[in-house]
Design a binder for this molecule. Structure first.
Ligand SMILES: *[C@@H]1O[C@H](CO)[C@@H](O)[C@H](O)[C@H]1NC(C)=O
Ligand SMILES: *[C@@H]1O[C@H](CO)[C@@H](O)[C@H](O)[C@H]1NC(C)=O
Length: 325
């Protein structure tokens, strides 16, 4: 509804590689402003930001519907999700699919979760075209309340940043950003559903997969021009996170976790056209990803490399997945 967090940034103070502090905005250092909105880690240390604010919606509902589906039903539900995403759904609907290990081999747990910022009594009719065909969920929670309630809910109960929950994990994550102009094919979806229902049931590692709605009708993300910010995925439909973790969240990370997550990404990419215009989502850092610079920044990469040479020629801000001059 409000786009990416970076789309609300009006200006920032940035410590550059040579130690000077620069103001970045539309009118001051516009190239730096472009670069830090999507690739800040390669350009400097942002020490303050000024952001656009919005009136809180009068109602916010967090919802979670869960189904255990077999391979055919999961394939159909994923295809329906793609169709639903580009139908005229309201901007007030934030939505993702969360897939995890099924209750038996050949099935997968199919969760539909998100936030609804319209009138609470309109959620049912909004979701019905997608969820109706799935029948009764195995469980669901629908929690209407204030906007602040919804933020607390999504932050697992507390917004107190002075007292972090102390959570940690030992995990590996890949991502796939799917193009809206070329949705995942039936073949790719079937291969994906088959792999996660069988290999995902067998894999001796914890995992979940998120299919986050970025595009679709009324997407505030996709109305911004690609060349306005470093973020390179303004024509995407989904950002997918493919995530595996050690059972007790402590090291070591099991090698099977890499194999399984690679296989999930391959089940989609290798069953899509050779020229399929997919990408990867840079906040889901993947230092095993070949060609990560291009997959993260797409058509914005050439400009970002030129700016990297200008602002940080010696690579003070270097990371394995960062932009190289
Ligand atoms: C909407 O409400 C109807 C009637 O109570 C119910 O059968 C249906 O499952 C609901 N749909 C959703 C998506 O909650
Ligand atoms: C530091 O780098 C910026 C950006 O390249 C440049 O504009 C500025 O003149 C540099 N400052 C110094 C003191 O070298």
């Amino acid at each position: 509804m409000w786009g990416l967090a970076l789309d609300s940034v009006i200006s920032a103070d940035v410590v550059l590689a040579n130690g000077t502090i620069a103001k970045a905005s539309k009118t001051q250092n516009p190239d730096l402003f472009f670069a830090i909105r999507g690739a800040a880690g390669s350009f400097g240390i942002v020490v303050s930001t000024q952001v656009k604010t919005y009136a809180a919606p009068s109602s916010a509902t967090i919802f979670n519907y869960n189904y255990n589906l077999n391979i055919n039903a999961a394939t159909t539900a994923l295809a329906n999700f793609q169709t639903y995403a580009v139908s005229n759904i309201p901007a007030q609907l934030g939505l993702e699919i969360v897939l995890s290990k099924g209750s038996s081999r050949g099935t997968v747990n199919f969760g539909v979760t998100g936030g609804w910022y319209g009138a609470a009594n309109q959620l049912n009719v909004t979701l019905q075209p997608f969820l109706g065909p799935l029948g009764n969920p195995s469980w669901k929670t629908v929690t209407p309340g204030s906007y602040l309630d919804s933020a607390k809910n999504l932050a697992e109960g507390s917004l107190d940043t002075s007292n972090p929950l102390g959570q940690h994990d030992t995990f590996y994550a890949k991502s796939l950003v799917t193009p809206q102009s070329s949705p995942m094919s039936q073949t790719a979806l079937k291969a994906f559903a088959t792999y996660i229902s069988n290999n995902g049931y067998d894999a001796n590692v914890g995992w979940f997969l998120q299919i986050e709605l970025f595009g679709g009708s009324n997407s505030a993300i996709n109305v911004v021009a690609t060349e306005d910010t470093a973020f390179g995925h303004r024509n995407s439909l989904f950002a997918m996170q493919l995530y595996a973790y050690s059972w007790d969240s402590n090291p070591p990370f099991p090698a099977v976790g890499f194999t399984f997550i690679d296989g999930v990404a391959d089940s989609i990419v290798k069953n899509s056209p050779a020229n399929w215009d997919y990408g990867a989502y840079e906040p889901y850092i993947d230092d095993r990803l070949a060609n990560s610079e291009f997959l993260y920044y797409k058509t914005n990469l050439p400009k970002l490399k030129t700016l990297k040479a200008q602002f940080d020629p010696t690579g003070v801000f270097n990371s394995p997945t960062g932009i190289k001059p």
